[in-house]
Design a protein around this ligand. Sequence first.
Ligand code: HEC
Ligand code: HEC
Length: 264
Amino acid sequence: MPFQVHEKNFSSQETLVSRKRRVGDAFPRTIVALLTASFLATAVPACEGEVEVERPRARHATKSSKSDNNTEIVVTPQKVATGAELFARNCVKCHGNDAGGRVGIGPSLRSKTFLEAASNKMLLATIAEGRLGTTMTPWKSYIDAAGREALVAYIRSLTPHMVVELDESPLRGDPEAGKPIFESICVQCHGRSGAGYIESSSGTGIGRHAFLSTVTNGFLRYMIINGKSQTRMRGFDGVGAAVIANLDDQQIEDVIAYLRAHTW
Ligand code: HEC
Ligand code: HEC
């Protein structure tokens, strides 16, 4: 199916159908889907056809690999206070007050969908190692492990959220099919080679090894489907009035495969 790019809106019929699917939006979609799926599996096995239609974003509801989310950080008021202080001193100038982001300078760290999808491991690694080739430098020589953990506790404290279980099933995409999607949509905000801010883009460097090596396919799926809330990165699931394009499951797999195949 060819993808459709929308300037601002899409047909009213589509809107109606999509809105209906948003019933579970107050909760992390994956969790709702998981609960729905397991409840229905035990309680109403005969209704499978109907389930397909009603389940919100059911395609996330597969088992996650436990490997990426296992760094536990207990968020205590003390840690949050230490983190806030470190953040004010070292990070605010790029990431903005309350980590709300500064377009073209530092991404939002308090975005709800971002915090739902980002593992502690990813956040800690990014703070320690930075993102080579961008202005996000490594902090491990300046801020010790306890300080970096306090920073993550602070960032997590900024927006109420629950870390969701991501769909870490094997990638099913075709890089060749993903190429035209990347080139017609993603480059508009992430730069021609996905270099991000350096290419005068509003989006970050999603083509870079320094980014892609720290995130899982489940993270990428989640961010592309749901968007990065509180930023210009809209979801690509065709839901919501501000959607930029409709991408179906396969097209999202394809664009991720393209990113993976062209990491630099
Ligand atoms: C000089 C500017 C600058 C400073 C200072 C800075 N960052 Fe960053 N940070 C960036 C940029 C730019 C990126 C995104 C780079 C990219 O991937 O294109 C980033 C990315 C991140 C990310 C990943 C966010 C995402 O959307 O994937 C985290 C987490 C982060 N920074 C935390 C911190 C913390 C914590 C501090 C303070 C200790 C800090 N940064 C200081 C510029 C900065
Ligand atoms: C309208 C502009 C726009 C378009 C089009 C766009 N993005 Fe984004 N994207 C952004 C912005 C802005 C951010 C977040 C930057 C920030 O936090 O300040 C972002 C963030 C992301 C992130 C999360 C990175 C992180 O760690 O925070 C991913 C993944 C991503 N985009 C993938 C894509 C892909 C794949 C496409 C093409 C299908 C795409 N984007 C198209 C603007 C866009």
